[in-house]
Ligand binder design. Structure first.
Ligand code: CMP
Length: 136
């Protein structure tokens, strides 16, 4: 039985700043993801706070929201079989120092904050995150 899913991916400010968006999009395409929609945007701190609300109790929340709103990002809806888990595997561990060789965060990430990519962590959150950026 097929299990086609959609997930939300963000190319974060550190990667956009280094002009890596096409290279990272090509990584997704090479790994059989379809980029259903994409747009380059610059969100406000308030929008970042809303997006990362699940992390609001964490000590890194304020820095995280400042960071995501610090420069342009590319948001994408990715689609394939098992898209949520496959995207997380392709991204690698949150901390680039712990991310396996060949993963996006290993190749492009600079630090735990500047880790180049975000991906939804569940099908349920993917729906919420896709709606957040693409509801219109
Ligand atoms: P992301 O997948 O976008 O989800 C939340 C982000 O918080 C995470 O990537 C990291 O970039 C950032 N972050 C900063 N510090 C931490 C931490 N100690 N643990 C987890 N995530 C962190």
């Amino acid at each position: 039985m097929s299990n086609v899913e959609q997930t939300l991916s963000i190319i974060k400010p550190d990667a956009v700043e280094r002009n890596l968006q096409e290279e990272i999009k090509n990584e997704f395409k090479r790994n059989d993801f379809i980029i259903v929609k994409d747009k380059k945007i610059h969100i406000s701190k308030k929008e970042a706070e809303q997006f990362y609300k699940v992390h609001q109790a964490k000590p890194f929340y304020n820095d995280l929201c400042n960071y995501l709103s610090s420069g342009p990002i590319v948001v994408m809806i990715l689609e394939k079989e098992n898209a949520v888990l496959d995207n997380r595997n392709l991204m690698g561990a949150t901390n680039p120092k712990e991310a396996k060789e060949g993963t996006l965060r290993n190749k492009y990430g600079l630090s735990i904050d500047k880790n180049s990519a975000h991906g939804s962590d569940s099908v349920e959150n993917a729906k919420i995150e896709i709606d957040f950026f693409f509801k219109d």
